[in-house]
Structures are given as C-alpha cells and as structure tokens.
Design a protein around this ligand. Structure first.
Ligand code: FRU
Length: 486
C-alpha cells in the first residue's frame, strides 16, 4: 500500500466495518475505543478550548499493530467522547510506518502534538523521528519536519514516545530509549522555542544509578509532580513501561508492565534520583503505556491503554475490533503513598440504584446488571469474602479477598478469554474491605480501599451473563450500593 492512500483506505475500512463492530455486545459504553480496528496507547491527552482531547494509537485497517494513526476524540466530561477527524496519519516520509505515541501541550492558544515518526526500510532497519504538529482549532494539524533525528550516541534507534512539559519558560520532554547494551532507559531533551531540541542526558534506566537489570526497553515515560496532601511536600514521579521484567511472585505477571518511581528530577545534572522501589500502577491483566495531564481543576488525571503489547488473543478481533482505554482516574499522594481515585464525573452517569445491607454467610444474589458502578463494604471479616459479577451462562468474574493468604484476587478464568491466569495483590489489613467497581461490557476496573490498589482487566462474559452475587465463608457484615449506568 502506498502510504499516501491512508486516508482513503481508512474511510473505506470504517464504512465497511463500523456496523459489524457496533453490533458486538462486548463494545464498551463509557470507554474510549476505536470505531473499528485496534487501538493502543493514549496520546496527546490535553484540555484545549474548553474540551478534553484524547488521541490514541489507532490501526483503522486491521486488528494488528500496523498502520498506526492518531485517532482523536473530544469530551466535556471525560466520559462521553465524540470522535473527530483522524489527527495524524502515516502519510509523510518521516512517519510512513506509523505515527507512534506522544503527548500534547497548549502554548499561546495553539495545541502542539509531539510524537514519534516511525520509518522502516525493506530490511526492517528503523529510523525514529520526533516531530511536532500544530493546530489552532484542535482538529486540523499542520505537521512540521522532524525536530529530532534518530538517537544520541550509545543508544539504538528504539527512541520514542516524547512526553512534553513546560517549566520556567522552557520546554522539556522525556523519551523512552534503548542503550546499545540493550537496556531500557529514559532520556531528557529540552527546547527554548519548541521546535529545536537538545539532548540533555540519560535520567534513569536499567543499570543506571542504583537500579540493576530492569528490562531491554522502557516505553512511554511520563514525569510530573504532586503535592502530598498530608505533608504538603512536593514529590516527583516517573512513570515508565519497561519491557523484559521476569515475573516475581505476584508481580510482573503481564507480558509487559507499567509502574512508577518516586524521586527527584535534577534538571542540571540531569538525573531522576530514584527514592522508591518500582511499583506497578495497576495489578490487573490489561494496563499499559498510561499518560497523565493536569486539568483546569488542578487534578492530575491518568488514562492507560486497557491492553498489553503482544497479548492480542481476544475473540472480539473476529468482530473487527480490539482494545479500549481505561476510565480516567485521579492521582493523589497522601502521606507518601500514591492513590488512584475514580473521577468525580463518574457520579453523573449513575442511574437506577439498588442497595443491599445484610449479614452474609454463603452466597446471596444482589441484583443484575451489565454496565454499572458498584460499591461494596465488608466489615468484621474472618474468612474469604467477595463478589461474583457478570454471572451466568457458565461465565463469571470473581473478586475475592483470600483471608488466609491476606491477598485480593481477581479471577476472570470463567469467560471467553484465552488467558486463564489470576492477578493478586497483598493487603495489609484483611478485617475490612472496600471495593469500588466499574463494570463495562468487556472490562472491569476495581479500586480497593480508597484507591490504594487498582485492577483493570478485560473480561469476556457470555452474552446475557448479568448476575451480581456476594459471598462470605463466615458471617460478615456487607453493604452494597449499585448504580446502573445511564
Ligand atoms: C507502546 C508502544 C509505544 C509506541 C506505540 C506504537 O504500546 O509500543 O512505544 O510508540 O506503542 O503503537
């Protein structure tokens, strides 16, 4: 295919497939997804002229990782998204094999996108270009020739995913990169005028500082600061998606991971002085390459891709689509710990409500539903407790507190997914448990104990599986509120 035909081919693919895709009962209700085809990373998450803008890696032509464009949707409330014209297509010489991930920034009333142009020759050799595109209206983008061509000395051409920010009148960007020794790293670039960029140095990575082997490539870095709500201290976070970590107990169970380090960015050195362990942001099966932004309400919001590279074995591909983004969440640091909270806007889609309050021993029915929010509080726990959701037709998703193991377990093994593994996290207190759960047609997002841990996983219930049940091995006080989504 000539890369110049991309727009025509995209429009044809959308027309041919959109009805078939829309009919799929696994299509999501309140998650960003492609109208057809495959999506992955969130890109260019910004607020511009009063609207939230979400771009995303989008292959309109198939359900594989090819033909990456920047799909584009806008929203007033982060929940109802309206699709816009595709922002960037692989139709320039410097992005002909994919307009890869990047970020956005608003400067003097214009929206700038900073992204990676991916080019491969016939032998598969890669070239990587970091490029800008500018828009006055937030819909049509003028593309500039590359600002950064390939890699600095000592690295391979795996350099991508610029995340941009402004500080004291200068622009900075972190990029994911691979060293010639095949170690994942993050590098810092800076610019005075947004167009010309200078390499400042490597700020973190595998075999850098006190970190040992830590993967062969780090993708989609993000850097930001948060104010600790308890101590008032400003803390720096570096979020990365390293590739090549081996599973360790309950950790690193997905093909690739995403996590964060606390630390301090020293711009002069430059160095991100890491002061914590690497902590996985999400404990579920499907979370990768998140991107954050601060909105006009002063909230640090983060959205992830609800998927993982090289894990594409899902039955909706037969219906012409795959993947969505996660719901946006708010990040907070309280007393040195990162919390993730559902955004306030979730309350605006609450519809019909059911309440359940009882001492439970055994299993009890709570109600039915396929797309909803549910809050469950368990008190005086002395054995296993939990919820069974999307129950029916031999499928169910189980959220269980394993009392003896002191762990929370997400079990989606009974459904149409191919992967049959569990995801777990250790809890410090198992006498009480609070779960806030968002169930969409093919996903579940679970916020545990006020956002101390989050699990995001795709689920593939059989058609019509809508039961909601609560269970407890020993008598336990349970209070549940469930709101069907409007
Ligand atoms: C992460 C990633 C990025 C890249 C993009 C391509 O999922 O591999 O590093 O820019 O996806 O779609």
């Amino acid at each position: 295919m000539d890369f110049k035909d991309m727009k025509i081919n995209e429009e044809k693919a959308v027309l041919e497939n959109k009805e078939r895709v829309a009919k799929d009962f696994w299509r999501q209700k309140y998650h960003v997804q492609g109208i057809v085809g495959l999506i992955n990373d969130p890109n260019g998450f910004t607020q511009f002229k009063g609207k939230y803008h979400m771009f995303y890696q989008w292959n309109p032509l198939g359900v594989d990782h090819k033909n990456k464009t920047w799909g584009h949707s806008v929203s007033d409330d982060l929940l109802h998204w309206e699709r816009c014209e595709t922002a960037l297509r692989p139709d320039t010489w410097y992005s002909k094999n994919g307009v890869y991930s990047g970020s956005g920034i608003v400067i003097d009333g214009e929206l700038y996108l900073f992204y990676t142009g991916n080019v491969k020759d016939d032998e598969g050799n890669r070239e990587s270009y970091q490029c800008l595109a500018v828009s006055e209206d937030g819909e049509h983008f003028e593309r500039w020739e590359p600002s950064i061509v390939n890699q600095p000395d000592g690295y391979t051409r795996d350099i991508r995913d610029p995340k941009i920010w402004e500080k004291d009148g200068k622009y900075y960007a972190v990029l994911g990169i691979q060293s010639e020794k095949l170690e994942g790293k993050v590098v810092l670039y800076s610019s005075e005028n947004i167009k010309d960029w200078k390499f400042k140095g490597e700020i973190a990575g595998a075999n850098h500082g006190k970190l040992k082997d830590f993967g062969f490539m780090w993708e989609c870095p993000d850097y930001f600061q948060l104010k600790d709500e308890k101590t008032g201290e400003i803390v720096d976070l570096l979020v990365v998606s390293p590739q090549g970590l081996e599973p360790e107990g309950d950790l690193y169970q997905n093909k690739y991971q995403t996590g964060y380090f606390f630390g301090k960015l020293d711009y002069a050195k430059p160095e991100f002085e890491i002061t914590s362990d690497f902590v996985e942001i999400d404990r579920g099966h499907d979370f990768y390459a998140p991107q954050s932004m601060e909105d006009d309400k002063g909230r640090r919001l983060i959205v992830g891709w609800m998927g993982v590279p090289e894990e594409e074995d899902f039955p909706m591909t037969k219906n012409g689509w795959i993947h969505s983004l996660t719901l946006p969440r708010e990040l907070k640091v309280i007393d040195g710990k990162l919390y993730q909270l559902p955004i306030k806007e979730m309350e605006t889609i609450r519809g019909e409500k059911i309440e359940f309050s009882s001492k439970v021993k055994g299993t009890e029915k709570v109600g039915t539903g396929t797309t909803y929010e549910l809050n469950a509080k368990f008190k005086n726990i002395t054995g296993n407790v939990g919820l069974k959701l999307r129950v029916g037709k031999e499928s169910e998703t189980i959220l269980k507190l394993d009392y003896a193991d002191k762990k929370f377990v997400l079990d989606r093994t009974k459904g149409e997914q191919v992967d049959k593994s569990l995801r777990k996290v250790a809890l410090d207190n198992v006498n009480e448990l609070e779960l806030t759960v968002f169930v969409d047609n093919s996903s579940i997002e679970v916020f545990i104990n006020g956002g101390k841990e989050v699990f995001s996983s795709k689920i593939l219930p059989k058609f019509g599986a809508d039961g909601i049940e609560v269970f407890a091995d020993n008598e336990t006080d349970v209070e549940i509120v469930k709101w069907e989504w409007k």
